[in-house]
Design a protein around this ligand. Structure first.
Ligand code: HEC
Length: 172
């Protein structure tokens, strides 16, 4: 190889080498600029956001009558429409006759008798909140054991408190 060729190769290798070095530097600059901008733009891109919420969505939803949300699905709406109508709540006296009279009618097992003002005075003095709590959650007192909801777990809290109100009104 002549010295002329050797010089050409030296210069050629130098030029190629610096081009490769510049390319590598540009790759790193592009990556660091992209991390700060491109990644953020992708996250803010509406279609990307929709995809994420779509994937995070709960598998199903239930719509309660009267509480239908804006995102109610047709399936949930159909189920809600077919749901059996909720029976009207029982009144205080109805609940009392069905669920409480067994003990509170005659004063069985230490239950304060309905209408017995003396037996109820101290209990009423505790306040409605305590009476409701004891009727709903059950209560072991000095005279006996009052089961939660009188043992009628199918009755709603409102029906139980209505029965308490009724007994209190009869026993004041
Ligand atoms: C199995 C019998 C039984 C039935 C049924 C029952 N109770 Fe009672 N209840 C008791 C007894 C016993 C007590 C008295 C507990 C004590 O003070 O020692 C009591 C006490 C209460 C008190 C007074 C609580 C207090 O803080 O003094 C309320 C209010 C009450 N019952 C509500 C109800 C209502 C409402 C129903 C019907 C839904 C009901 N009970 C059904 C046995 C019963």
């Amino acid at each position: 190889m002549s010295t002329h060729d050797q010089r050409f190769f030296d210069v050629f290798i130098l030029v190629i080498g610096s081009l490769v070095a510049i390319a590598v530097i540009l790759i790193f600059i592009a990556r660091s600029v992209g991390a700060a901008t491109q990644t953020l733009w992708v996250r803010e891109y509406p279609v990307y956001g929709q995809g994420v919420s779509e994937r995070l969505k709960p598998a199903g939803s239930a719509a309660l009558p009267g509480a239908a949300g804006p995102e109610e699905t047709p399936v949930a709406a159909a189920v809600a429409a077919k749901a059996a109508p909720v029976a009207a709540p029982l009144s205080g006296p109805q609940v009392f006759n069905q669920a409480c009279n067994a003990c509170h009618g005659a004063g069985i097992g230490g239950a304060p008798k309905n209408g017995d003002k003396a037996a109820w005075a101290a209990r009423i003095a505790q306040g409605d909140a305590t009476l409701y709590k004891h009727a709903l959650e059950g209560f072991q007192g000095a005279t006996g054991f009052m089961p939660a909801k009188g043992g009628w777990a199918n009755l709603s809290d409102g029906e139980i408190t209505a029965a308490v109100d009724y007994m209190v009104s009869q026993s004041r």
